[in-house]
Each structure stands twice: as structure tokens, then as C-alpha cells.
Design a protein around this ligand. Structure first.
Ligand code: GAR
Length: 233
């Protein structure tokens, strides 16, 4: 992290929230966080990015912003890296960065309970559906096929069970009759780009407190969770 970034952060309680981001793809959500950090709109410092794909465009975004990147490719030198090896390298890297919060933003590997429990910070995941509905993959297609009138995205605490941890925040939209899986994905991504920085702001300001996450994997909070944003019609 360059000094120019460090000095441009909004400082809350005298220090920005140190964030590590795990991802696998384009990184449009990472870009939103980078922009907010650089514009001093969020009290964060992105201390590092871990990608499990060497072709993820997010790597370019991070490097352009002088953010340290660890590429822990699931296929290295023609050999597949098992999840245990990935987790051991990722743990080492996270321990070195000492984040306050770990954000999974389009990270497409399933992590083990022991990795999650021993992580140096609480972990949240951005999921493209209104949990607890549509855990897993192909969420937009499944929502359309089921004739859902509403769809959106959620941010939840990461636990060993896939997409099942406490839901912290959600952003909703109305599904249009003409929506395809692709158009819905594009519309939901716009919501994600608002939901993720908003949620991180709530965590940075302690409106959502994740510190007792190891205790029943529940977040403590002031208002009832999940907090919902209705962002589109
Ligand atoms: C986001 O839409 C996120 O919800 C989804 O991956 C996309 C990453 O986009 N995450 C999952 O599907 C997790 N199971 P981005 O790389 O442009 O930020």
C-alpha cells in the first residue's frame, strides 16, 4: 500500500478498517471498494487481495491501485492446487496482512470450517441472491425459472456451511417480465456495488459488530438484521 493511499483514507476512530479481499474473477466489486478508498468515501484500507485464478481481471485492478496481490492459482504449472494447500498459503498471507475484515467478493472456492475458524478476522461473503433462497450457483437463472417477483443480493457471515451464515444486509429489486438471467445479473451487480460499500461502512462504524462471530457465528447488531435496501423497481 502506497503512502498516498494511506493518507487519503477517511479515518474513523483514528484508523481505517483493514480489509483483505478474496476473489476469482472480474473484480467489479473490488473496483468499487478501491474507488471509495481512493476518494476517501469509506474508512478502509485494502491491505491485500488473494485470487485463486491467475487470469482474474481483478488482479490488474489491484495492481493498478498498488494493492498487494497473492495469486494462489487453483491450477499452477499444470498441477491442480488442492483446497488444503490453497488454505495453508492463504492463511499465511492473511496472517501477514492482519486484516480487520476479510471480504469474499466473487470468490468461487468453498472454504473449510477450520480455515474460516482460524482466520485472523471475521469473514463476509457477497452472494447474488436473497438468502436463504438460492444458495450456490446459477442464482439468476433459478430465480427466473421459479417465477420470483423479487431478487437481489445478500451479504452474510461466512461459515462452514455454504451460503448459510447470518445474513447481514440485502438489496432487492423487482424482476421484470422481460428479464433474462444475463439482464438480471447485470441489474443485481449494480445493487452489489451499492450494498458492499454500505455494509462495510456499517461494519466500520460498528452498527454491525462482527467481533463475537466465533460465538454461535452470529453478529451482534443494533437494528434487526438483515438490513434491507430497496434499490430498484
Ligand atoms: C458477484 O456478482 C458476486 O455476487 C458473485 O460473483 C460476482 C463477482 O463479480 N459471487 C458468487 O457467486 C459467490 N458464490 P465481480 O468479480 O465483478 O466483483
Amino acid at each position: 500500500m502506497s503512502d498516498s493511499h494511506a493518507t487519503s483514507h477517511v479515518i474513523v476512530n483514528n484508523k481505517p478498517l483493514r480489509i483483505a479481499v478474496l476473489l476469482s474473477g472480474s473484480g467489479s466489486n473490488l473496483q468499487v471498494l478501491i474507488n471509495a478508498m481512493q476518494a476517501a468515501e469509506l474508512p478502509i484500507e485494502i491491505v491485500g487481495v488473494i485470487s485463486n485464478r491467475e487470469d482474474a481481471y481483478a488482479i490488474t485492478r489491484a495492481k493498478d491501485a498498488s494493492i498487494p496481490v497473492a495469486v494462489l492459482s487453483h491450477v499452477a504449472s499444470g498441477k491442480r492446487m488442492g483446497i488444503k494447500t490453497f488454505e495453508s498459503h492463504a492463511s499465511e498471507q492473511l496472517n501477514a496482512w492482519q486484516p480487520d475484515l476479510i471480504v469474499l467478493a466473487g470468490f468461487m472456492r468453498v472454504l473449510s470450517g477450520s480455515f474460516i475458524d482460524s482466520a485472523p478476522a471475521p469473514m463476509i461473503n457477497l452472494h447474488p441472491a436473497l438468502l436463504p433462497a438460492y444458495k450456490g450457483l446459477d442464482t439468476h437463472q433459478r430465480a427466473i425459472q421459479a417465477g420470483e417477483r423479487h431478487h437481489g443480493c445478500s451479504i452474510h457471515v461466512v461459515t462452514a456451511e455454504l451460503d448459510a451464515g447470518a445474513v447481514l444486509t440485502q438489496a432487492l429489486l423487482e424482476v421484470n417480465q422481460k428479464d433474462s438471467a444475463d439482464s438480471l445479473q447485470a441489474r443485481v451487480q449494480k445493487l452489489e456495488h451499492q450494498l458492499l460499500p454500505w455494509t462495510i461502512l456499517l461494519i466500520a462504524k460498528d452498527v454491525i459488530n462482527l467481533s463475537n462471530q466465533g460465538n454461535e457465528n452470529k453478529a451482534t447488531y443494533l437494528p434487526a438484521l438483515p438490513l434491507k435496501l430497496w434499490l430498484d423497481k
